[in-house]
Design a protein around this ligand. Structure first.
Ligand code: SAM
Length: 213
């Protein structure tokens, strides 16, 4: 899968690309490309945003700047989904992650300050995604959330089986995963449920099913 992220701070993604599972699939199942609006802006001095028409606080990411970046990368309107990261977007769920993972190529647009000129959302993006009902300073963390959520679902990202049986998966009926415990079996009088120490796989299986939340 190819994921292209358009941002003002491509260097912010450095740590993400060094961490598993993103690092594991990079260069294989995942091709992550980072584009800086500043490198292709048609404006002088690396300008990318401007004051809002009608007044008000904050700066707005310009439509001509984003169009120039997309044109430089794709040479015209791209055929793939171009997703703007915005608090006004469709709220991210595991279902949306699975939907994106099935795409061969996805573009993510990040903004900052007051956000996007509305024409970017209407004419350059195909849709918008929010990572939750709160406001962050810019779209880079939301882009990283999406990259991580998608990357960990790609083949080879996780050890065998660990990506299927987890919270929100079809295998758990969309529910939340059962509790996990590890050594020590007792700590400060807090004991691991006996069934998990029993070695009886059938009982463990049914305990886990009962404890899907
Ligand atoms: C400070 S926010 C803009 C908030 C906007 N003025 C509003 O009131 O909805 C700047 C940028 O951060 C990103 N952003 C902030 N919160 C987000 C969220 N919950 N989901 C996705 N992107 C978000 C978007 O790219 C947004 O344009």
């Amino acid at each position: 899968m190819q994921l292209d992220v358009f941002t003002l701070v491509p260097q912010a993604f450095a740590w993400l690309t060094e961490q598993r599972p993103v690092a594991t699939v990079l260069g294989g199942e995942l091709d992550l490309r980072l584009f800086s609006y500043r490198e292709t802006t048609p404006l002088r001095g690396g300008q990318v945003d401007d004051e809002p028409y009608g007044g008000g606080a904050g700066m707005v990411l310009r439509v001509d700047v984003v169009a120039a970046s997309l044109d430089a990368a794709y040479g015209g309107p791209p055929p793939q989904r171009v997703i703007a990261l915005s608090p006004q977007g469709r709220q991210l769920t595991q279902e949306i992650v699975e939907e994106l993972m099935a795409e061969p190529h996805v573009t993510l647009l990040s903004a900052r300050f007051e956000g996007f000129d509305e024409r970017i959302l209407r004419h350059l993006a195909t849709d918008a995604i929010s990572i939750g009902p709160y406001v962050l300073s810019n779209g880079d963390l939301p882009a990283m959330v999406l990259v991580d959520a998608i990357a960990r679902r790609l083949p080879g990202a996780l050890s065998e089986g660990s990506g299927e049986l987890e919270s929100f998966s079809a295998e758990l009926g969309g529910g939340l995963e059962y509790p996990h415990y590890t050594r020590p079996a007792e700590f400060r009088g807090w004991r691991v449920p006996d069934v998990l120490l029993s070695g009886d796989h059938a009982r463990i299986e049914s305990w886990r099913k009962e404890h899907v939340r």
